[in-house]
Design a protein around this ligand. Structure first.
Ligand code: NAP
Ligand code: MG
Length: 508
């Protein structure tokens, strides 16, 4: 597929369910769901023309002298220039973090550290509206999600771990916990502020200092957070934020004075990091890709399940590592599920991320859109049947209509590889045993979903899942007190909950 939109692909008729007539009725039904726009003003947040690196409590120009442009993926318009940290900049950030660790943060009593972390949480709440607009402008996600999910959950993570800071010695049966030192943290573009919160809050609560590298395409909310850290009067050097691309991330994790590495991103880069750090003695947490199975049994509450499926894969444009990207449907209800899903697809609203009615925003970057198109084309070429939402997409920006595939066999690339876009592959099963076998037939193991009316069945299947998170009759629900993490190639270590402390502490 050439071009940057998905319109080149149209719904295939071959063996399509529902029938052509039914599809047309449903598409008309979907078009009846137009809403008047309700746009959040981009003027709510002030974006500077240029951002420097946040090192030792101050914004400093990069020694590299280099800057890169960050854009709005919904319009392709430039938002700002952002500093690109080179090795010398990363070294300065690590030195600042080490100094703050030795002189201030590791010595400070937990109840004092907690005060700063609570302050950060409250300031995120105070400035939630600005942060939500900025997250949507830079990342492309609908304002409804940044406003109702990303920003409140980010504040919740700081609140939660602030509560642990003075209770660490009670967390694990009276065993003493002590900090590791300087943490090097590298995060992706799908939940920019939330991933920063997941990484920073437990690290700070445990008494570590940090060098954080946000993703190249979404650096702005992390830089806004740096301003919040200044406002909270967090001691200089406790958190340092170095922007840049993959090379900056590689410099952070490889720096010899970094004691702990926490990475969220692709499995490919996660493996590179493991290789680079082998034998270094650094403690590592990796949160990598996923290909979650969402299993729907014939006894499930179907309409509820359809909403869960939609939330599981189309939420955040499918840019979710734990997305329910493989739907396993019991054979007896396959046709009815496909019809209901096709109907629901037509009512999803794709467009301006700042519109409060938008369900699906822009794809984060041209690169990610190309990757989605490549995998979707492979699905069509390999014989799967594609179903898409019909309708116009904006002229500029990166967009992909919500899509699902039927006639999918487990060997197809769309059933095995992480698409990281709003694309669902539907497979079928007959017995619970077959569902378990198919769900676990993946290199990944981040999450799974189970939809059934029977509690005992749900628990039995959940116990058999080789996945870090299993949702029952719901999907994509997060809470700071619940640990999150993977099995197999989805990584290791846990973030969130009491368990999340263990990856930032020595336990004596
Ligand atoms: P990625 O390359 O793994 O990026 C994740 C983070 O690591 C970014 O900050 C990235 O910097 C940085 N990075 C890149 N190369 C590095 C290296 N050699 N050493 C240290 N850090 C490095 O992922 P992506 O390019 O954003 O997306 C690629 C695929 O990863 C996606 O299509 C998706 O399949 C997967 N992904 C998974 C998650 C998840 O939450 N599990 C999140 C995002 C992406 P730059 O952004 O500056 O390149
Ligand atoms: Mg990259």
């Amino acid at each position: 597929m050439k071009g940057k939109k998905s319109t080149a692909i149209t719904t295939t008729e071959k063996k399509a369910i529902p029938t052509r007539q039914e599809q047309q009725d449903v598409i008309r039904f979907g078009q009846a769901w137009e809403y008047s726009p309700s746009i959040e003003s981009p003027a709510i947040v002030k974006i500077a023309p240029r951002y420097n690196l946040f090192i030792n409590g101050k914004f400093v120009a990069p020694k590299s002298g280099k800057y890169f442009t960050t854009i709005n993926p919904a319009t392709e318009e430039k938002l700002a220039e952002v500093a690109e940290a080179g090795e010398a900049d990363v070294d300065a950030a690590v030195k600042a973090a080490r100094n703050a660790y030795n002189k201030v943060w590791s010595k400070m009593p937990g109840k004092e550290r907690a005060k700063y972390i609570y302050r950060i949480a409250r300031l995120i709440q105070d400035r939630a509206r600005e942060l939500a607009v900025l997250e949507s402008l830079n990342g492309g996600k609908p304002i409804r999600e940044s406003r109702d999910v990303d920003i409140p959950l980010s504040a919740a993570h700081f609140f939660y771990y602030a509560g642990w800071a003075d209770k660490l010695d009670y967390a694990f049966g009276g065993r003493k916990l002590s900090p590791l030192g300087v943490a090097g943290q590298v995060i992706p573009w799908n939940f920019p502020l939330l991933m920063a919160a997941w990484k920073l809050a437990p690290a700070l609560a445990c008494g570590n200092t940090v060098v954080l590298k946000p993703a190249e395409t979404t650096p702005l909310t992390a830089l806004f957070l740096a301003e919040i850290l200044q406002e909270a009067e967090l001691p200089d050097g406790v958190v340092n934020i170095v922007t840049g691309a993959g090379a900056t991330g590689a410099a952070v994790v490889a720096h010899p004075d970094v004691d702990k590495v926490a990475f969220t991103g692709s499995t490919a880069v996660g493996k590179k990091i493991q290789q680079a750090l082998a034998g270094s003695g650094k403690k590592i947490t990796l949160e990598l890709g996923g290909k979650a199975a969402n299993i729907i049994f014939e006894d499930a509450a179907l309409d509820q399940a359809i909403e869960g499926i939609v939330n599981g894969i189309y939420f955040n444009q499918g840019h979710v590592c734990c997305a329910g990207s493989r739907l396993l449907v019991q054979e007896s209800i396959h046709d009815v599920v496909v019809k209901k899903l096709f109907r629901r697809l037509q009512t999803l609203r794709v467009g301006n991320p700042l519109d409060k009615n938008t369900d699906i925003g822009a794809i984060n970057s041209r690169m990610q859109l190309d990757k989605i198109c490549e995998l979707v084309n492979s699905g069509v070429a390999e014989g799967a049947v594609m179903h898409q939402k019909q309708g116009k997409l904006p002229e500029k920006g990166y967009w992909f209509q919500p899509t699902f595939f039927t006639n999918v066999t487990p060997s197809l690339r769309i059933a095995r590889e992480e698409i990281f876009g709003p694309v669902l592959s539907i497979l079928t099963f007959r017995t619970p045993e077959e569902a378990i076998e198919k769900a676990n037939n993946t290199f990944y193991g981040l999450s799974a979903g189970i939809w059934t009316d029977k509690g005992s069945k749900a628990m039995k299947i959940a116990n058999a899942m080789r996945a870090g998170v299993v949702w029952i009759n719901t999907f994509n629900k997060f809470d700071p007190s619940s640990p999150f993490g993977g099995y197999k190639e989805s990584g290791y270590g846990r973030e969130g909950g009491r368990q999340g402390l263990l990856d930032y502490c020595k336990v004596e």
